[in-house]
Design a protein around this ligand. Structure first.
Ligand SMILES: NC(=O)c1ccc[n+]([C@@H]2O[C@H](COP(=O)([O-])OP(=O)(O)OC[C@H]3O[C@@H](n4cnc5c(N)ncnc54)[C@H](O)[C@@H]3O)[C@@H](O)[C@H]2O)c1
Length: 242
C-alpha cells in the first residue's frame, strides 16, 4: 500500500487520463481531475467514489493560467498540496495538409497540449520540491516523429520531450521525478473517430491489438509511485512493440 498522496490528473475525465485516475486511486491516492468535460468528469468521479476513493473534479482549461491557478487553490482546499501530476489533457486537432492547417488550429493545439503541460507542471513543481517529494508524468506520442496531416499535434507531442527533460534536470535532485509515457494506439475518444473500421479490425501494431487504457495506466502508476526511485527524464514507450 502506498502513502496517501494527492494526484492531479489533467484530462482525467476520459480515456487514458480516466484509466490513470482509477489506477492511482488503487494506490490509495486522492484524486483531483482537472478537465473541461464536466459531464465525463462527473461520471469518473462517481466511479472513483464507488471504489471509495476521495476524489474531486475541477472544471479546467489547461491552456489558461488563471483556470489552472484556480484549480490548484480548490484542490489544495479540499485535498491538500499536490504530490503527483499526470498531464494527460490534449486535443488532436483537425486533419489538414501543412499548407491548409489554419493558424488558429496551430495555436489551439499547441496551447492545450504543450503550453497546458508546461503551465500545469510549473504551477505544482515548486511545492513538490519544497516538500522533497513529487512525481510528474507527461503524455507524448509516436506522432512526435512526424505525422502527415496532424502537424500541430505532432509538434506539440515532440515538445513534450524537452519539457519533460528540462523539469527532470532541474527538479530530480529535490525529489521530483519527471517522465513521459508514449502510448501506442488505444481506442479512446481521441482516436476512435479517426480510425477506419478495417484498421480497428486489423491494427498495424506489432502486438496485433490496440492497448487497453489500463495498460498505459499501469506504467503511469509505477512512474508516480514510491517504487520509482531512479527513473527521471525518460520517455517510456507503451506501444505494443510499435
Ligand atoms: N489514445 C491513444 O492512442 C494515444 C496515443 C498516444 C498519445 N496519447 C496521448 O494520451 C493523452 C490522453 O489521450 P486520450 O486518448 O485519452 O484522449 P481523450 O480525448 O480520450 O482524453 C483527453 C481528455 O483531455 C481533456 N481535455 C482536452 N482539452 C482540454 C483542456 N483544454 N483543458 C482540460 N481538459 C482538456 C478532454 O476533455 C478529455 O477528457 C493525450 O495527451 C494524448 O495525446 C493517446
Amino acid at each position: 500500500m502506498s502513502a496517501r498522496r494527492v494526484a492531479v490528473i489533467t484530462g482525467g475525465a476520459n480515456g487514458l487520463g480516466r484509466a490513470a485516475a482509477l489506477r492511482l486511486a488503487e494506490e490509495d491516492r486522492e484524486i483531483a481531475i482537472w478537465d473541461w468535460d464536466a459531464a465525463a468528469a462527473k461520471r469518473t468521479i462517481a466511479e472513483l467514489n464507488r471504489h471509495e476513493a476521495k476524489a474531486l473534479a475541477v472544471h479546467v482549461d489547461v491552456a489558461s493560467p488563471e483556470s489552472l491557478e484556480a484549480a490548484l487553490t480548490t484542490t489544495r482546499d479540499f485535498l491538500g498540496p499536490v504530490d503527483i501530476l499526470v498531464n494527460a489533457a490534449a486535443i488532436i486537432g483537425v486533419d489538414a495538409s501543412v499548407l491548409e492547417t489554419p493558424l488558429e488550429e496551430w495555436d489551439r493545439v499547441l496551447a492545450v497540449n504543450l503550453t497546458g503541460t508546461y503551465l500545469a507542471s510549473r504551477l505544482v513543481v515548486g511545492g513538490m520540491a519544497e516538500r522533497g517529494w513529487g512525481r510528474i508524468v507527461n503524455f507524448t506520442s509516436g506522432a512526435r516523429h512526424g505525422t502527415p496531416a496532424l502537424i500541430p499535434y505532432a509538434v506539440s507531442k515532440a515538445g513534450i520531450v524537452p519539457i519533460t527533460r528540462a523539469f527532470a534536470r532541474e527538479f530530480t535532485s529535490r525529489g521530483v521525478l519527471v517522465n513521459a509515457v508514449q502510448p501506442g494506439r488505444a481506442l479512446t475518444n481521441m482516436v476512435l473517430s479517426r480510425v477506419p473500421e478495417e484498421t480497428v479490425r486489423n491494427p498495424p501494431v506489432a502486438i496485433g491489438r490496440y492497448a487497453d487504457p489500463e495498460e498505459v495506466a499501469e506504467v503511469v502508476a509505477f512512474l508516480t509511485s514510491e517504487r520509482n526511485t531512479y527513473m527521471s527524464g525518460g520517455v517510456v514507450p507503451v506501444d505494443g512493440g510499435g
